[in-house]
Design a protein around this ligand. Sequence first.
Ligand code: GDP
Ligand code: IMO
Ligand code: MG
Length: 428
Amino acid sequence: MPGLVVLGAQWGDEGKGRIVDLLAADAQVVARYQGGHNAGHTVVVAGQTLKLHQIPAGITRAGVLCVIGNGAVVEPLSLVAEMDEVARLGFDLGQLRISRAAHLILPYHQALDQAQELSRGAAAIGTTGRGIGPAYADKAAREGLRAEELVHFDSFAAHFRQAAAAKNEMLVRLYGQPALDVEAMLEQLRPVAARLAPHIADTSLLVHQALRKGQRVLFEGAQGTLLDIDHGTYPFVTSSNPVAGGACVGVGVGPSEITRVLGVVKAYTTRVGGGPFPCELSDEVGEHLVRMGAEFGTTTGRRRRCGWLDTVVVRYAARLSGFTGLAVTKLDVLSGLPRLRICTAYRCGGVVTEDWPPVGHSLADCEPIYEELPGWSESLGAVRRWDDLPPTAQRYVGRIEALVGIPVDLVSVGPEREQLIVRRDAWT
Ligand code: GDP
Ligand code: IMO
Ligand code: MG
């Protein structure tokens, strides 16, 4: 009955989608536990690129039950568009299930997110503008609409009209934005509700039944630890809990069901949107990472901010989620850099810390302390065995292991499914 959580150890876009795609080969269930269509998870299979936002990356594996858990927020219109795209690429959606208790992102959430960002001016968070924050805010305020309401469209419509009228008040009076056309939104949602209704289920029960049968369940995280609403770089965070604890709440299982926790670590660091980023580079190395790593957002197309690997961040993530293993991704992107740096500690004011900055300091006040390592010039895309990596690349990965104190189970060397080195089974 193994339950494996796969989550991001940095600021998102670590390559979670490709790792889930790999590990789903040995799973019977893949369950997404938080986030919405702010996520963009890229999977490349046989030269075909799949960009997933709400559908778990296990959809690439026939027969795997794919669950969108109660902790996720579901945007019905874009979910149906994503389902169409996934079906067009030849994948089967018969096993897709949406938690009855998942909250819906509705068009007014998106309008509010964008209006709020505008009103923040220079202090904007740099959200994806997808309505994530306002949808989770409604959930916490007990004003949200949940997926199961889509099953009875007439009562859904009544609830929607009431909620949308209140949001229109906010849009117009508070933010000076135009009111949304409530009936036009409902007409858009009607066919979509009918499409989604057969997929809506008591997914906590389904996952429980799978675990009792001894099946393997993979809990798929979105975003990353530093975007966690409790533990991340607040307020420059998302509105859910990507940390492993979020998997229990967001799927409806007890902590004793989680047996392994895999932290996905990009071999360097990226971040999209605003907020502190001690290791950020604005020099030619930063350019190299953007160019060689194709660091443009899967969801918004924004250029990602890039910098050296920060092991203070990864150690912090390991502590918060209890990692049992790491997957290091995009090692190939570092090829051609003669000297590499890894941040091992921060200097905050007069204090040196290997841990999260102490109370009274924030990440924004921290200067990275680096150690330098030799790089390699060989391209790694064709490497499949640890022993075939250049010794300097082995040493780089070895330093990550030593500095974080967690074994590296997987190393990826390219976006294709096969471009991977397996050192240890992440499931056991
Ligand atoms: P996620 O949100 O964590 O699933 O990550 P994204 O899909 O947003 O971003 C990761 C990007 O890097 C995608 O475009 C992947 O196809 C790509 N990628 C994943 N692993 C590797 C790798 O090992 N090497 C290279 N060069 N690209 C990779
Ligand atoms: P995946 O799952 C990277 C960032 C946004 C913004 C902040 C808040 O692909 O790793 P939100 O729209 O969630 O309210 O935005 O979080 N963000 C991500 N950054 N990868 C993601 O997802 C992200 N989802 C949200 O850029 O800074
Ligand atoms: Mg992404």
